[in-house]
Structures are given as structure tokens and as C-alpha cells.
Design a binder for this molecule. Structure first.
Ligand SMILES: NC(=O)c1ccc[n+]([C@@H]2O[C@H](COP(=O)([O-])OP(=O)(O)OC[C@H]3O[C@@H](n4cnc5c(N)ncnc54)[C@H](O)[C@@H]3O)[C@@H](O)[C@H]2O)c1
Length: 301
């Protein structure tokens, strides 16, 4: 039985833990929130007292933490995992974090004989719960086969992308496009509604034409119905990913005419207290400026 440690038992970590246990692994966990720990203890996970207590027993150490800083603390910080992990063990960072930080952690782990893989995911809490996440993997290709079986316990699509940081690069590029499409759909729906056509009709035809996209499938109902409390992906999480993308583009000196606009709209939405709502709530910024709601015209009115 392989011992797998998980740091962070939140919305994403919980489902990963469940599926690792179902796959037959012994799963040791640590989280600063006792309620999160109790919830996974019920599934069969073994609670530990600290990051290092988990790390020294684990062959694979998964992290599912909210910020880059927390991932750094848990790995290369004063009381971080790398100090106590066995040579030949693996760190799999499932969080969405900064690309440069990922590369820094990789180097420090490598010096200690520990292999680090960035493994950001898409699919949300439901994907984690059902073990069907898409996992984007960056790290040493020669060792990928050693981490693949563990990743398959939690992900349906496990894609090796390239060297360390590549998984995060793909995730951030993916999410700037998703966040941007939500903004563009908001603008197009408002324009259509003002001109007398319900957004539902526009969306229906888009899904038959060249504008067809999965963002409509995921966020369309919330955009059209104004049901932003129905959270598919938190607006605050999207903003975090946009900031990471903007840092990446800035490092590469890539112009971000569109990215900057998208960033500003999500920042305004966050400043207006919409961070706890669905990503689709960014449309309310445009709605307020337009003095019009997308949901104001539905079929039949
Ligand atoms: N929620 C999503 O839809 C989603 C989708 C894809 C990727 N992600 C990424 O997955 C990661 C986790 O997201 P989430 O939604 O599960 O967040 P979450 O806030 O639900 O869970 C994070 C957990 O980490 C714990 N934690 C915080 N600091 C800690 C510390 N120092 N030591 C141990 N535990 C600590 C928290 O108590 C919490 O239980 C993030 O990087 C996020 O960007 C989230």
C-alpha cells in the first residue's frame, strides 16, 4: 500500500483524498481547519499534526492549497516538507500557483533528492469528487511514469506537458481564455438584449455556429438567468488565476491589451464585493455600466 500525504483538505483536496482512498492508498492528511480534517477522516484519511508529520511518512505528497505563498511555506519554508522527505519521494502540487515559484521549489526539492511536479487541475470540486479532473503535469519526463498512477486515481485526463512549470503555464493560459470569454459573452448578450433578442436565443445559435464553446455550457445559464450565487468557479479564484497569468505575460514581455481589460473588469467586480459569487458575476460590472440586465429580456417578454 503506497502512503500518500495530502496537505489541504478543502473543496478540491477533499475529493482527491476520497478517490486516493478508493484507489487503495493509505492517505495521511493535514489542514489548519479542523472541520476540513474531520470531513476527510470520515472517508478514511489519517489526520496528522503538521505538514512535516505527513511528509516524512509519504512517498507521494500532494498539495492543494489556495496560494503560492502557502505552497512555498509547505514545501521549502522553515517547517516545510522538503527538510524531512525521503530521498526518491515525490511532491505533486495540485494547486494553481506562480510559474517562477514552481521552478524555485523544483530546484530546492531536486537538491534533496525529491522530485517535484506541478499538477494544476481543471474540473472543479465536482470533478475532484468524481475523480474526473484534467491534470496538467510539468516536471521531469523520465519520472512521469512513477507519478502517473497516483494522478490517475484523481484525474481522468492526465496530460504530461513538459518541464517544470509547464503545467501551470497551460492552466493560466486556459483560464485567461475562459475568463475572457465570460466577459465577451456578457458584452454580446447585453448588445443583443438591448437590440431586442433574448440572450438564450443568442446562446442557442452560437452553440450551433463557429462561436460554439464550452464556456457557454458551464457559465451560460448563470449569465442568462442572473443566477450568480450558483457557483461553478468562484470569481475570487478566477481573479487569482488572472493575476498569475498577468505576471507570467509581464515576465515574458508579452503585450496584454485584452488581458489587462479582462483583469480590470474582474478586479472591479471583486472590489464591488462579488468575489464570493460565480465567475459569471463579472457581467454585473457591464450591466451596471449599460444600465441593463441580461436577464431582463427572456424568451416571451
Ligand atoms: N475550487 C475550484 O474550482 C478549483 C479548480 C481548479 C483549481 N483550484 C485550485 O486548487 C487549489 C485549492 O483550491 P480549493 O478550492 O480546494 O480551496 P479551499 O480554500 O477550498 O481549500 C484549501 C484548503 O487549504 C487549507 N489550508 C490553508 N492554509 C493551510 C496551511 N498552511 N496548511 C494546511 N492547510 C491549509 C484550508 O484550510 C482549506 O481547507 C487552489 O490553488 C485553487 O486555485 C480550485
Amino acid at each position: 500500500m503506497t502512503v500518500v500525504g495530502v496537505i489541504g483538505c478543502g473543496a478540491m483536496g477533499r475529493g482527491m483524498i476520497k478517490n486516493l482512498i478508493l484507489d487503495g492508498h493509505e492517505v495521511l492528511v493535514f489542514d489548519i481547519n479542523p472541520e476540513a480534517v474531520t470531513s476527510v477522516e470520515r472517508l478514511g484519511a489519517i489526520p496528522m499534526s503538521s505538514v512535516q508529520a505527513v511528509a516524512e511518512e509519504s512517498t507521494y505528497l500532494l498539495l492543494s492549497l489556495p496560494t503560492t505563498m502557502l505552497v512555498e511555506d509547505a514545501t521549502i519554508g522553515e517547517a516545510g516538507a522538503i527538510k524531512v522527505m525521503k530521498e526518491g519521494s515525490f511532491i505533486l502540487d495540485m494547486s494553481t500557483t506562480d510559474v517562477n515559484s514552481t521552478r524555485k521549489i523544483h530546484e530546492k526539492a531536486y537538491e534533496k533528492g525529491v522530485s517535484f511536479f506541478d499538477c494544476p487541475v481543471s474540473g472543479g470540486p465536482a470533478g475532484a469528487e468524481n475523480g474526473v479532473l484534467t491534470v496538467m503535469v510539468g516536471g521531469n519526463q523520465g519520472e512521469f511514469h512513477q507519478v502517473e498512477p497516483v494522478l490517475h486515481a484523481i484525474g481522468k485526463e492526465v496530460k504530461y506537458i513538459g518541464k517544470t512549470g509547464s503545467g501551470q503555464v497551460v492552466k493560466l493560459c486556459h483560464n485567461i481564455v475562459v475568463s475572457g470569454l465570460v466577459v465577451l459573452l456578457s458584452e454580446a448578450f447585453l448588445t443583443g438584449v438591448k437590440a431586442g433578442v433574448p440572450a438564450s436565443k443568442i446562446a442557442e445559435v452560437m452553440q450551433e455556429g463557429s462561436a460554439q464553446n464550452r464556456v457557454i455550457s458551464v457559465f451560460g445559464a448563470n449569465l442568462i438567468g442572473g443566477t450568480h450565487e450558483n457557483v461553478k468557479f468562484l470569481l475570487s479564484h478566477m481573479l487569482k488565476d488572472i493575476h498569475l497569468y498577468m505576471d507570467l505575460a509581464s515576465d515574458g514581455k508579452i503585450p496584454t491589451f485584452l488581458g489587462s481589460t479582462i483583469n480590470q473588469l474582474y478586479e472591479i467586480a471583486d472590489h464591488k464585493g462579488k468575489g464570493h459569487l460565480d465567475t459569471s458575476a463579472v457581467c454585473q460590472v457591464l450591466e451596471e455600466l449599460s444600465n441593463l440586465e441580461i436577464a431582463s429580456k427572456s424568451v416571451g417578454n
